[in-house]
Design a protein. Structure first.
Length: 460
């Protein structure tokens, strides 16, 4: 951290001295990640920093920027540099950038591409927005099974520089049909002149379908410990590869989106500080309206028990305690289940095991709060005599209500994400505010039902 602070101080001093010649030498010696951070710290000079970079480093820096910074940069550098940059970007990075632009901007940017790069880009953009086809790159090394290892190594020397990765070499036949993938190390430990590619093939490979959803890729990468995976069509023709860095970006975006939904907002498609107030308003107001309408049901429930509240005003004091306990428990359960779904720890078929586990957990949690309420209210009553002769009955109402709402909150919080996934909706949409609203309404019903059970014939 101290080193980077020194970097910022050095850059700031050079800017004040207008020493751009020295800045040119300095930024070209920095790590790519440091250059990105310097550009973020001095956004007014970001384009000038970028133009100081050697071109290959500029490509790497551009790929490390987030989409909004990339867009800003493209508007502040010369058109000739934009054309050069877009043509040299890896196809998957270029596709990711263009996917975020309006159709009019895409048309203008595609015009600056060479015919070959334009064809590749239009092909990738033609796949569904969230499909693996949008993530893949056609830059890979593929060889045929009848080649010798010596031929393969010579081919890598000639064409490997333009490949996304040479950690894995892909084997295809003359028609482009995918046959196998072989790690580069396997080519390096055999006799190159007398070993054929077919001798190294074991046909133990994993492929991704070009039309599959991007969210499925992380699980495949994790389970198979791969840095890159081949992408094929329905006829097993090799179309490209997906690398782990692109998958990690998708995973981060999905995680961010789920966290925002859990919090009761629509997902932002740009950094918070770059979002305008109208956009923030639009993203949040829909959920607030839905939750507001849901809370109206709480008023309806309380109206139905208005007579009971009028007779025993003391009941109203404990309403926040009861419904918040149920809401908190439901939110906990929903968060745990959504996280487990995101990590593929559970599936729809596990619903009964989850239900059984949450019922037991809900009972234990409810009994704990029930016992705690008896202890606290017992001490309260002993010191103030607040409950009079009805201490035991009111304590039973509160204790049993806590048990009931905590159990119910646990069931609702755990089952609602599963139900949403079952009907094809996003489980994250069962956000904690949404679960809390449902439990608030049902919690009131549970609370006053126990009140009528234990207090009827006495206070009611």
């Amino acid at each position: 951290m101290e080193d980077f602070k020194a970097i910022l101080e050095r850059v700031e001093t050079l800017i004040e001295l207008d020493a751009w010649g020295e800045i040119n030498d300095f930024v070209n010696e920095l790590n790519i990640s440091d250059v990105v951070e310097v550009m973020e710290e001095f956004p007014e000079h970001a384009s000038r920093f970028f133009l100081q970079l050697d071109f290959n480093r500029a490509i790497a820096v551009f790929g490390a920027l987030d989409t909004n910074d990339q867009e800003e940069l493209l508007t502040n550098i010369p058109a000739s540099k934009v054309a050069q940059l877009l043509n040299e970007l890896p196809p998957d990075d270029r596709t990711s950038l263009l996917s975020e632009q309006s159709s009019s901007v895409v048309k203008e940017l595609i015009k600056v591409l060479t015919p070959e790069e334009r064809k590749i880009t239009l092909s990738l953009l033609g796949y569904p927005e969230d499909s693996i086809g949008r993530l893949m790159t056609p830059d890979y090394i593929d060889v045929e099974p009848d080649w010798t290892v010596e031929q393969v190594l010579n081919y890598i020397r000639d064409y490997g520089k333009s490949s996304e990765t040479i950690d894995v070499i892909y084997v295809t036949d003359e028609n482009g049909t995918f046959l196998d993938d072989i790690r580069i190390r396997d080519f390096l430990i055999v006799d190159p002149a007398n070993t054929l590619v077919s001798d190294l093939m074991d046909e133990r490979f994993i492929t991704l379908n070009v039309n599959e959803d991007q969210e499925t890729t992380m699980d495949v990468f994790q389970k198979n410990n791969r840095v890159a995976l081949p992408v094929v069509d329905d006829k097993n023709i090799l179309l490209g590869i997906v690398t782990i860095d692109d998958v990690l970006i998708v995973q981060e975006e999905e995680f961010t989106e789920d966290i925002q939904k859990i919090g009761g907002t629509e997902a932002l498609d740009e950094p918070y500080l770059d979002s305008s107030i109208p956009k923030l308003y639009k993203k949040r107001v829909i959920w607030l309206i839905i939750l507001f309408i849901g809370e109206l049901l709480t008023i309806i429930a309380m109206r139905n028990f208005e007579a009971e509240i009028a007779k025993v005003a003391l009941l109203a004091i404990f309403i926040p305690l009861i419904i918040s306990s149920g809401g908190n428990t439901g939110s906990q359960a929903a968060t745990l289940i959504i996280q487990a779904m995101a990590l593929d720890d559970i599936d729809l078929k596990d619903w009964w095991r989850i239900m059984r586990k949450e019922i037991i957990s809900g009972v234990l949690l409810g009994l704990t709060l029930c016992a705690l309420s008896f202890i606290i209210f017992g001490a309260w009553h002993a010191s103030t005599n607040s409950f009079g002769d009805n201490y035991l009955a009111i304590s039973m109402v509160i204790g049993c209500s806590l048990l009931g709402v905590v159990l119910w909150g646990t069931i609702v919080g755990s089952m609602l994400p599963i139900l949403l996934k079952r009907v094809g909706a996003d489980p994250a949409a069962s956000s904690t505010p949404f679960v809390a609203t449902l439990v608030d309404v049902s919690g009131l019903v549970i609370y006053f039902s126990f009140a009528m059970l234990f207090l009827s014939g006495g206070l009611l």
